[in-house]
Design a protein around this ligand. Structure first.
Ligand SMILES: *Cc1c(COP(=O)(O)O)cnc(C)c1O
Length: 380
């Protein structure tokens, strides 16, 4: 049978209606432990819920299916997935290359924690394969890619970066949070691991925090499973259920996020208050050609630099009424934030510092006309 389409997998993969009750949706198995028939006699493959839970397991199978991978692991947050990946792949004395505009929390964990354990990192612009290659050292074990990046929406060429990393004997992980698996499939382009903050587009409703790792590499998955159980940063069954519920509508939502973002970009482009609009769908974006090749559409994230510097950016953030001033992204509702003072405050003074006139929009799936009117009034 040929591989099923994206939405068919998103809605069905990992779960068949329950044979006993016919329940169409995965039940929330609120059970921390599972009865055994004699010592070691597991009935359904479960013994203790840190190791595995019958609500989490279908989510993990579903995550693998929608990324076109073999193995999926779910975590209690995107950062827990990041921590598991770093500790599975790196040892003291190893080096990794990270994006020079990495997600603030990723940078903080690597810079403040992993450095203490003798792991070195070099920031590099992922849009420039030669610059990433120049950052590789003999002890480089991992290339960390985000594309599009947060919040500057830079684009890395996954296929070229994967080939380059593999030639250097390093593994490559792609944080696919901003694109979502509907828009971009890093494993098919050569990545070894895909990482998600499922808190964002996969959950999609700003009601759950979670993370995921997906790979085709059994050895890596075994290492992930060991730490997932050994360190225990697992999602509870209700969180797993909410994430699965969100994934079912991912394709529909991403189409609408992309439609609305394109309209917001049209409005902002040429607006007198705007210095520059950053969106990979714009032909003027330096990564546009690569994005057009590796992404189905360009997604719901739009960044904008305002004339008038930091104060203009802060004013814009505080004047919108439908765009809620909040961290995070990827939910049905539109959000606005000032990365320099909010999500990326921890990068201040580092090479990863973001411009202070920058505002990040997570364009939701409300009616476009209302979003446009809100932006118009807030820009004044
Ligand atoms: C939010 C985010 C993370 C961290 O995920 P949490 O679920 O908040 O722990 C990692 N990478 C990117 C790109 C993110 O946006």
């Amino acid at each position: 049978m040929s591989e099923q389409g994206f939405s068919t997998r998103a809605i069905h993969a990992g779960y068949e209606p329950d044979p006993q009750t016919g329940a169409v949706n995965v039940p929330i198995y609120a059970s921390s432990t599972f009865a055994q028939d004699g010592v070691g006699g597991m009935r359904g493959g479960f013994e203790y819920a840190r190791t595995g839970n019958p609500t989490r397991r279908p989510l993990e199978a579903n995550l693998a299916a929608i990324e076109g991978g073999t193995f999926g692991r779910a975590f209690s947050s995107g950062m827990a997935a990041t921590d598991c990946l770093l500790r599975s792949v790196l040892r003291p004395g190893d080096h990794l290359v990270i994006p020079n505009d990495a997600y603030g929390g990723t940078f903080r964990l690597i810079d403040k924690v992993f450095t203490q354990w003798g792991i070195e990192h070099t920031p590099a612009p992922m849009g420039d394969v030669a610059a990433v290659r120049a950052a590789i050292r003999p002890n480089t074990r991992l290339v960390w890619v985000e594309t599009p990046t947060n919040p500057l929406l830079n684009i890395g060429d996954i296929e070229a970066l994967s080939a380059m990393a593999h030639e250097s004997g390093a593994r490559i992980v792609v944080d696919n949070t901003f694109a979502s698996p509907y828009l971009q499939q890093p494993l098919s382009l050569g990545a070894d691991v895909v990482l998600h903050s499922t808190t964002k587009y996969l959950g999609g409703h700003s009601d759950v925090v979670g993370g995921a790792l997906v790979t085709n590499d059994e050895e890596l998955d075994t290492a992930f499973a060991f730490l997932q159980n050994g360190a225990g940063a697992v999602p509870g069954p209700f969180d797993a259920y909410l994430t699965m519920r969100g994934i079912k509508t991912l394709a529909l939502r991403m189409e609408r996020h992309s439609d609305n973002a394109e309209k917001v970009v049209d409005l902002l482009t040429g607006h007198p208050a705007v210095e520059r609009v950053i969106y990979p769908g714009l032909a003027s974006h330096p990564g546009h050609a690569v994005a057009a090749r590796q992404m189905r559409r360009f997604g719901g994230m739009v960044s904008v630099r305002l004339k008038g510097g930091k104060q203009a950016a802060l004013d814009f953030c505080s004047r919108t009424r439908i765009f809620t001033l909040a961290e995070s992204l990827g939910g049905v509702e539109s959000l606005i934030e000032h990365p320099g003072a909010m999500t990326h405050a921890s990068t201040a003074g580092s090479e990863l510092e973001v411009p202070e006139d920058l505002v990040r929009l997570s364009v939701g799936i409300e009616d476009a006309a209302d979003l446009l009117a809100d932006i118009e009034q807030a820009l004044g």
